[in-house]
Design a protein around this ligand. Structure first.
Ligand SMILES: [Zn+2]
Length: 220
C-alpha cells in the first residue's frame, strides 16, 4: 500500500520547474497504473486553459484551481498522483492541503514553484501568510533544485553561464529594482498604456557574483 510521498521541485524563473513536474507526472502516467491529476492556479480567468504548455513545447492537461481548497474539491478519489504547479500563487492553505493529502490520504504529491523572490527571500504564498520554506517543514521525501544560467553579460560579449537559484528584477529603464519594489505586480484594470509601461518589470538569472545586492543599490 502506498504510504504517501512528497516531492518538491524548487527553482528559479527560467529554471524549467514545470518541465520537470510534467516529466515526473508523465512517467507515472506511462509506467504505472496510478491515476494522475495536475493542478495549476487560476491566475487570469480570461486566459485560463485546461492544459500547461512549457517553453520547450511539453504539454499536459491541467485543472484550474482558484485556491487550495478548490484543488481538494476536484480530486478524483481514484487519483494516486497529484501534481501542483506554481505553488506560491496559491493561498497558504496549500500547506495544510498538501499535508493532509500526503499524511492522511497517502497520495504521491509533486509540487513545483519558485523558492526565492527577487529580494532573495522565500517566496510568499498569495495571501502573504506563509512562504515556501513552510513546505520544507512537511519533511519532503525528495527535493529537486531547478537552477538557471546566469545571464550577466561578460566583457567578452558572452553570458556568465554559472548556474544559479537567484533572479534579479529590473525596472522599465533597465536599472535594478529597489528592495521596496512591490512583491506582486498585479495587472491593474483601466490604466493608460504609459502607466502600464511603468509597471513593467523584467527578470534575469544572476549568479552570486553578478547579483546586484541591495546595499550596493542603496549606496548610489
Ligand atoms: Zn554570473
Amino acid at each position: 500500500m502506498e504510504t504517501g510521498k512528497l516531492e518538491l521541485i524548487l527553482g528559479t524563473m527560467f529554471g524549467q520547474k514545470t518541465t520537470e513536474l510534467i516529466l515526473k507526472l508523465k512517467k507515472f502516467e506511462h509506467g504505472s497504473n496510478y491515476e494522475v491529476q495536475l493542478f495549476k492556479p487560476t491566475i487570469d480567468t480570461r486566459y485560463a486553459t485546461n492544459e500547461i504548455v512549457t517553453h520547450d513545447g511539453l504539454r499536459m492537461n491541467a485543472l484550474n484551481a482558484n485556491n487550495a481548497s478548490d484543488i481538494v474539491d476536484q480530486i478524483n478519489p481514484k487519483t494516486s498522483v497529484i501534481g501542483i504547479d506554481e505553488a506560491p500563487f496559491f493561498d497558504s492553505e496549500l500547506i495544510e492541503v498538501i499535508k493532509r493529502l500526503v499524511y492522511d490520504n497517502r497520495k504521491i504529491v509533486i509540487v513545483s514553484g519558485l523558492l526565492y523572490n527577487f529580494r532573495n527571500e522565500f517566496f510568499q504564498f498569495s495571501d502573504g501568510q506563509k512562504d515556501m520554506s513552510d513546505l520544507l517543514a512537511l519533511i519532503p521525501d525528495e527535493i529537486v533544485y531547478k537552477k538557471a544560467f546566469c545571464k550577466h553579460n561578460l566583457r567578452t560579449g558572452e553570458d556568465c553561464n554559472q548556474e544559479t537559484m537567484m533572479t534579479q528584477r529590473f525596472m522599465p529603464n533597465g536599472t535594478v529594482a529597489p528592495y521596496n519594489d512591490p512583491l506582486i505586480m498585479l495587472g491593474k484594470e483601466n490604466i493608460t498604456p504609459e502607466e502600464k509601461a511603468n509597471l513593467k518589470r523584467t527578470y534575469s538569472p544572476r549568479c552570486r557574483e553578478h547579483f546586484k545586492h541591495y546595499d550596493e543599490v542603496l549606496r548610489k
